[in-house]
Design a protein around this ligand. Structure first.
Ligand code: GLA
Length: 653
């Protein structure tokens, strides 16, 4: 971990967005300068998709245009987040190196024409990416405009080509040592899969039926490591010429090809792109979900919202407008939870090309528009929050997140694909958000002792070390809720024998699960306390725990559904079904109460303490009186009452 910080070079919080001046001409650049000044933009991300301009042919660089933009931005007081353009190789590259184009699991080689058409494991791609990063770093490493480096864009693309296969084999040798160990780990004794030569081992390409789960899981691990190695290579080239912080913008969507914890450890600070997938209150909750994850991935340090949308969200396959005020609320939601600023994709809406209809800070309509007026007001507000930069947020509650558990939950042949990993995490976080609680995400092997409550909504895979850590957490006084199908496999992933979950967790929870009993689609089960569950049930036996509620019908009638176990100084809870939203919310409230986490503000008010400031977002239609008058940074005046749907940032005494 380094001490390179964003805040060193910016006065206050960052505000701005992706800036692609190569799409425009001089008259527009002049207007950009003026509008950026009016909107108080102080950071522009430049060069994300500029490879074809920067290196028009292999090895020949054209920096003149970029020199001019950097100098112009600098003269206008706008710092630059300089990107390496490697997420979008130019046409000459893919013509020269067709073997570096990505191949899908089905064996289809994708062609140039979109972006992200490369295989991260292809040597020609990696060399070219490193070279262009080095050339940029050499030229701009000490440029006064450059405040930070933005390597690549949203690492995510998987590839199943022969380069990937060769690199996968090398990676497998490192991980497993011998072919015997690989055969054991993957359980190749079944279905005649035993490998006698490394050359027989392939990525999990399209096959006749279920993939081997060990092969699938190792491939995900491998590809995340490849992406991280690609990142590190570029970062190290940059560091050789520059003392500015280096990062890459992580995407935190409903699928995940990266071990984000591993990336978090390597970045000088975490940056994320965040586009809510639903409008309204759901978007506010999703904002908190993304922001809490970003903060957690960086170990609690300040992070940066690298991209958000000015007026649209992708929902149900549509580009839906954001309501007036939403840009402001979402931005404040991110800053409250530790972002040292807010950037957008992109500054000016493209008039042509693939993202013509993606929103921007300056829309097609120009500056005389609702959106630009909101952007300007937001720029003013962000500037007023300067003193918040660098401060941190602490949480009393954590939700467990582990990429390996996620990948394991996507294996073929599970008892049920429902409900998915991401939706379980969203649900847990949402229940805590609804309860007015700020949540961290944590890895099952992290030190959890600072949390009063830990929810493990989706943890099918847990290592021995993780299981022991969770047992220690409960014994030490923590409250843990493990949910259905938790701890059922180890890291290979082999089933835990003798009853689920893994041994140390069985001790902490005082239960032994004998039989997963997924429910049919749409089926609901009634529980003895009046709650209902869907998707899943289990036949489990008490081994020290008490049944808090039981199933009421069928084979499971009278058998425990929700259990509680006093263990050491703490409590281990186990929930074997997916409770209806209201019932789940009530359970989470009960756990918060038991763990001593108190809500300070009325429902509808999102309150986050960041350093010496309290951020308040009123999602309700009623004014909320403050317990005592306080200074609000947003209005730079005293505040006694939070207006309906209003926001405030209070300086605490
Ligand atoms: C991503 C990318 C941007 C842009 C936006 C659109 O986050 O990084 O280049 O495509 O999505 O939402």
């Amino acid at each position: 971990m380094t001490t390179r910080k964003l805040t060193g070079r910016l006065d206050g919080l960052a505000f701005g967005g992706d800036y692609n001046p190569e799409q425009w001409d001089e008259a527009v650049w002049a207007e950009d300068d003026e509008l950026m000044r009016r909107a108080r933009v102080n950071l522009a991300t430049v060069g994300v998709f500029s490879w074809a301009l920067l290196e028009p042919e292999e090895g020949r660089y054209d920096f003149a245009w970029l020199d001019a933009h950097l100098d112009r931005l600098h003269a206008g007081g706008v710092a630059v987040d300089l990107a390496t353009p490697t997420a979008s190789p130019p046409p000459w590259f893919t013509r020269a190196h067709p073997d570096a184009l990505p191949v899908t699991a089905e064996g289809v080689r994708l062609v140039h024409g979109s972006r992200d058409t490369y295989c991260l494991a292809a040597p020609a791609y990696r060399d070219a990416a490193r070279r262009v990063a080095a050339a940029l770093a050499e030229r701009y490493g000490r440029h006064p405009a450059v405040a930070l480096w933005h390597v690549h864009n949203e690492y995510a693309t998987l590839c199943f080509c022969d380069h990937a296969a060769a690199a996968f084999r090398t990676w497998l040798r490192d991980r497993h040592g011998t072919l015997d160990a690989l055969n054991e780990a993957w359980g190749t004794a079944f279905w005649s899969q035993r490998y006698h030569s490394w050359d027989e081992v392939l990525p999990p390409r399209a096959t006749q039926w279920h993939h081997n789960p060990g092969q699938s899981l190792d491939f995900r691990r491998f590809f995340s490591d490849v992406a991280l190695a690609a990142y590190r290579e570029q970062r190290d080239e940059i560091r050789a010429h520059s003392d500015r912080p280096v990062t890459t913008n992580l995407m935190l969507p409903g699928y995940q090809n990266l071990d984000l914890w591993a990336f978090g450890r390597e970045l000088d600070f975490v940056t994320i792109d965040h586009y809510p997938d639903r409008p309204g209150l759901d978007a506010a909750a999703d904002t908190a979900f993304g922001a809490d994850r970003a903060r957690s991935l960086g170990g609690g340090r300040p992070w940066l919202l690298m991209e958000q949308g000015a007026n649209t969200v992708y929902a149900e396959g549509r580009v839906l407008p954001k309501d007036p005020g939403d840009i402001f609320r979402h931005t404040l939601g991110h800053i409250a939870r530790g972002s040292d600023g807010a950037l957008f994709f992109q500054w000016r809406q493209s008039k042509a090309g693939a993202e013509t209809w993606h929103s921007a800070m300056v829309p097609h309509a120009g500056p005389d528009s609702r959106i630009f007026r909101e952007v300007r007001a937001l720029g003013e507000a962000v500037a007023r929050l300067a003193e918040v930069a660098g401060s941190t947020v602490t949480a009393e509650v954590a939700v467990l997140h582990d990429a390996e558990a996620w990948w394991a939950s996507e294996a073929d042949g599970l008892p049920s694909p429902e409900p998915g990993y991401h939706s379980m995490l969203r649900r847990a976080h949402r229940a805590l958000w609804d309860a007015g609680v700020v949540t961290d995400f944590a890895h099952p092997e992290h030190d959890l002792s600072r949390y009063r409550l830990v929810l493990a909504p989706a943890l099918p895979l847990v290592t021995d070390a993780g299981a022991a850590n969770l047992r220690r957490y409960v014994a030490g006084g923590g409250t843990l809720l493990l949910q259905h199908f938790g701890g059922v496999v180890d890291e290979r992933p082999h089933a835990r024998l003798g009853g689920y979950p893994a041994g140390p967790l069985r001790e902490a929870l005082g239960v032994r699960v004998e039989e997963p009993r997924p429910l049919r689609q749409g089926e609901r089960v009634a529980l003895s306390d009046g709650a209902h569950g869907t998707a899943w049930s289990e036949y489990l036996r008490l081994d020290g725990a008490e049944a808090v509620s039981a199933y009421t019908h069928g084979m499971l009638a009278g058998h425990p559904a929700l259990t509680r176990h006093s263990f050491g100084d703490g409590r281990g809870w186990y929930l074997s079904t997916v409770l209806d939203t209201g019932d789940y919310g009530a359970l989470v409230q009960r756990l918060l109460g038991e763990a001593g986490v108190v809500r300070e503000w009325p429902p509808g008010v999102e309150a986050v303490t960041r350093g010496a400031w309290r951020f308040l977002l009123n999602h309700g239609g009623d004014a909320v009186p403050l317990p005592r008058a306080a200074h609000d940074l947003l209005t730079d005046g005293p505040l006694t009452e939070l207006p309906p749907h209003g926001c405030a940032v209070l300086r605490m005494p």
